[in-house]
Design a protein around this ligand. Structure first.
Ligand SMILES: Nc1ncnc2c1ncn2[C@@H]1O[C@H](COP(=O)(O)OP(=O)(O)O)[C@@H](O)[C@H]1O
Ligand SMILES: [Mg+2]
Length: 325
């Protein structure tokens, strides 16, 4: 399996291969559950500095080195092309937003993260995708069902009905094809993911997993500075589980991540999402959403491996996400 091969090649390097990471740092990192380069690659310099007891400059170098080493996990072009062929896309309902995402919407075998302030449209996109995933492939769906992990109690069946009606779909059927679970804390949220593999093995054609919100429970439960290591470790493991699920079952993962409504951020680098870089580097696509002029929404693509940073506008209408109000 190419996936296994890729992992094996990644594993050739160890923590001890990183510059500035000595035995005592390794012991501290391992105590925090970080055993491999991936764990380092997704950290911020300040997090690594704190966890490993090293200076920030040293930490930054170690992170850079880990990212370089990880890229050495090649697999041949034919294998790669084959992997890509199976990929499905789920339309967002807005051509603008689809284009921003590379043309056809949210993709399977990948994780798409939307981060933004309260009311920016993160949940609306999740609901819309849960309906659209059920469309046939030629209509922009994946002919599949959705799992919706709701941590904030914002899943609205009435809204699903509205979105389904607008597409001429049977709204009862559409609702039946969305498995909703309310996650009450981060442990519960993690447990729920384990059930998805089981459901798929039992024949449920799940093609989309929504986690709305990915980070709210983690943020609420790990508040102290001293708990940072625990939080990052748990979040890191969770994200890996989600990515594995996406790869293994050819499904799309969509997660939301609320950022503080900090007006200063609009002019700077909007990367103060909860969870910091740990989420950023695990996500294949990161969308930054914000309110624009006249009820529009502005979406910006941040940090994607194959797309330029770009911005577009869409609207949340009674019928769902559209290019026009
Ligand atoms: N039926 C609807 N018709 C038009 N706009 C809607 C409708 N439902 C929700 N919205 C818009 O979506 C916004 C909420 O977006 P939401 O996705 O819940 O934000 P968040 O980013 O906090 O998850 C509302 O403020 C409203 O502008
Ligand atoms: Mg929301």
């Amino acid at each position: 399996m190419s996936e296994k091969k890729e992992k094996d090649e990644e594993k050739e390097y160890k923590l001890s291969d990183l510059p500035g990471i000595g035995p005592s740092s390794i012991a501290k990192l391992e105590a925090a559950g970080i055993y491999d380069l991936m764990g380092i690659a997704v950290m911020t310099p300040s997090d690594l500095s704190e966890l490993a007891g090293i200076g920030e400059a040293v930490a930054r170098k170690a992170i850079q080195a880990s990212r370089k080493m990880m890229k050495l996990g090649f697999f041949d072009g034919l294998e790669f092309a084959k992997k890509r062929e199976e990929v499905n896309f789920i339309t967002t309902g807005s051509e603008n937003l689809n284009s921003l995402l590379g043309g056809k919407g949210v993709e399977t075998k990948a994780m798409t993260e939307a981060f933004g302030a309260y009311g920016s449209g993160k949940t609306q996109l999740g609901l819309q995708l849960s309906v659209n995933v059920q469309l046939p492939v030629e209509k922009g769906g994946a002919n599949g069902k959705a799992v919706y992990i709701d941590t904030e109690g914002t899943f609205r069946p009435e809204r699903i009905r509205q979105l389904a009606d607008a597409l001429g779909l049977n709204s009862e059927k559409v609702l039946k094809n969305i498995f909703v679970a309310r996650a009450f804390n981060s442990d519960h949220q993690i447990l729920l993911i384990d059930k998805i593999g089981e459901m798929i093995k039992n024949g449920e054609p799940i093609k989309l997993v929504v986690v709305d919100s990915l980070t709210a429970h983690f943020r609420a439960e790990f508040t102290g500075r001293g708990q940072l290591a625990d939080r990052q470790q748990k979040l890191n493991r969770y994200l890996h589980t989600l990515m594995r699920l996406a790869e293994q079952y050819n499904l799309a993962v969509y997660v939301t991540n609320q950022v503080m409504a900090n007006p200063a951020m609009m002019f700077g680098d909007p990367t103060t999402a909860v969870g910091g870089n740990i989420v950023g580097h695990a996500s294949t696509y990161r969308l930054y959403l914000r309110r624009g002029k006249k009820d529009s929404r502005v979406a910006k693509m941040i940090d994607s491996p194959n797309l330029p940073e770009n911005e577009t506008i869409f609207y949340i209408t009674a019928n769902g996400l559209r290019d026009e109000a």
